[in-house]
Design a protein around this ligand. Structure first.
Ligand SMILES: Cc1cc2nc3c(=O)[nH]c(=O)nc-3n(C[C@H](O)[C@H](O)[C@H](O)COP(=O)(O)O)c2cc1C
Length: 200
């Protein structure tokens, strides 16, 4: 913990925009975002602040809704949060071997000019069914190639949401200490990478 205290004093706070790919009330992935927020509020991880960026109010991407790179108010608000963040945390299930539509829609809005995801360091965590989200994560990395998102390579955190030991309670809260530790390691890696890339 002394190391974390030293980090807090030495470096500016990193603002993390967290985007959840599930709109479900008791989403395990949103539970992961809440757990990340807690880890950063406690002394466990110094110098990081996580904001849960809500994507539920975004309309479907439609260029008819744009005019001269101005967007509907909900889209503008979403894009501003991403633009102002130092890095991004994606927490998402896998739907039919890929990225859930609400998350892809949010990314598509973020990509409209100017692309607010460009040059952002980012990390992915997935809680999903039998695949644990592996295919979703690799599809997301592929999208990131075009958008110039800089994903950390490791650790890769794939979570089997519905297999024992029980990792989430009925409200989607993370209750498994081992999974919490894996999430902590992911955040530490994102923190180090964000500092390495420098100010966005
Ligand atoms: C439409 C749909 C498609 C799904 N497809 C997959 C899949 O391809 N692979 C997988 O591992 N889980 C799949 N699942 C299961 C979800 O990833 C899993 O239930 C996850 O925990 C849901 O995340 P949440 O708790 O954050 O809502 C699918 C679920 C839905 C609703």
């Amino acid at each position: 913990m002394a190391e974390e205290e030293a980090h807090r004093e030495a470096k500016p706070t990193i603002r993390v925009s967290a985007i959840c790919g599930s709109l479900r009330r008791a989403s395990a992935n949103r539970g992961l975002i809440r757990a990340a927020m807690e880890l950063c509020k406690e002394t466990t991880i110094a110098g990081m602040e996580v904001e849960d960026v809500d994507i539920t109010g975004l309309p479907f991407v439609n260029t008819d809704l744009e005019s001269n790179s101005t967007y509907p108010p909900a889209v503008e608000a979403f894009r501003k949060k991403i633009l102002e963040a130092d890095c991004v945390l994606f927490a998402s299930p896998e739907y039919n071997y890929s990225i859930p539509a609400p998350l892809k829609n949010a990314i598509d809005w973020a990509s409209r000019p100017p692309n607010v995801l460009a040059d952002k360091p980012a990390a992915i965590v997935s809680a999903a069914g039998g695949s644990a989200g592996k295919r979703m994560q690799y599809h997301l990395r592929q999208v990131g190639v075009f958008l110039d998102i800089h994903f950390i390579n490791k650790p890769e955190v794939f979570i089997l949401a519905h297999q024992p030991p029980r990792k989430f309670d009925g409200d989607g809260n993370l209750i498994d200490p081992e999974t919490k530790e894996r999430l902590r390691e992911l955040l530490l890696s994102l923190r180090a990478f964000t500092h390495r890339l420098g100010p966005s």
